[in-house]
Design a protein around this ligand. Sequence first.
Ligand code: ACO
Length: 269
Amino acid sequence: MAEVAFGGSAEKISLEEVGLRFEVDGEIATITLDRPEKRNAQTFATWSALAQIGDTLPQQVRIVVIRGEGPSFSAGIDLRMFTPEGVPGQGSFAASATLDSSTFEQRIAQAQQGFLWLRRPDIVSVAAVQGHAIGAGFQLALACDLRVLADDAKLCMKEPALGLVPDLTGTKPLVDLVGLSRAVEICLTARTVGAEEAARIGLAELVVAPQELEGAVRDLTAALLATGRDAATATKRLLQGASGRTLEEQCAAERREQVVRIKSLFAGS
Ligand code: ACO
């Protein structure tokens, strides 16, 4: 049974018990949401386990693929959270509502840690999405750098329709990718965005037939790995910072990164 150790603690999360698989093949790590009978619904334990995978990612890994077993990528948060009984061992929204606000926010911050590491500059994360990606499922796909969709993919930001906000790091990448107006429209209508539209509005890099999804992700990762690790990391870091900088600041950042690159390539430092 795959287990992930908490940093510095003896406590371990059993990936199998939370419905995840984690496999490493050289420079490529694959995380599989593996509760297909429940359409890969996610819980707080899923997000803790994702965070622990990020914390303990083997150093050689450069690509992280996130995929879902079965017909859906992920049907979002486990709907038992909305019931009085909740998810065994993890509580319910009713129980969470009794926490003081700062403790509750801290709990959400912990959940967000499961998503945030996927943006690390030293890796490229790729979501392979078939079928439904709803709520937390859509946000997990948005947390990745790149999205490859099967043509049956259905993306839906369901949270507002349930009285919630999307809080698993998805709002910023959504706005960055599709713009504020389209993001407002997608979230407040909670409508389903199909694969073809997703590609057209910037939510997907590639759309393929469902049976070609695995091969398309394999080809994409191979192409990404053709660029050396240090140049890829520096370039991703540069691109990630671009929208928050002025042109002058970005030019300065380019110069800084390039000096390091050329010194390392040609002066051995
Ligand atoms: N949480 C817990 N169980 C779920 C969830 C979920 N989010 N989604 C599906 N399941 C379970 C179903 O209860 C069913 O279980 P059962 O066989 O024991 O009855 C099983 O998964 C299969 O579900 P179906 O609905 O039969 O599968 P289908 O392929 O027809 O539909 C779909 C898939 C569209 C994803 C549908 O299950 C659905 O709408 N799920 C709820 C989506 C949702 O509202 N998620 C919350 C979003 S908000 C957020 O994530 C914060």
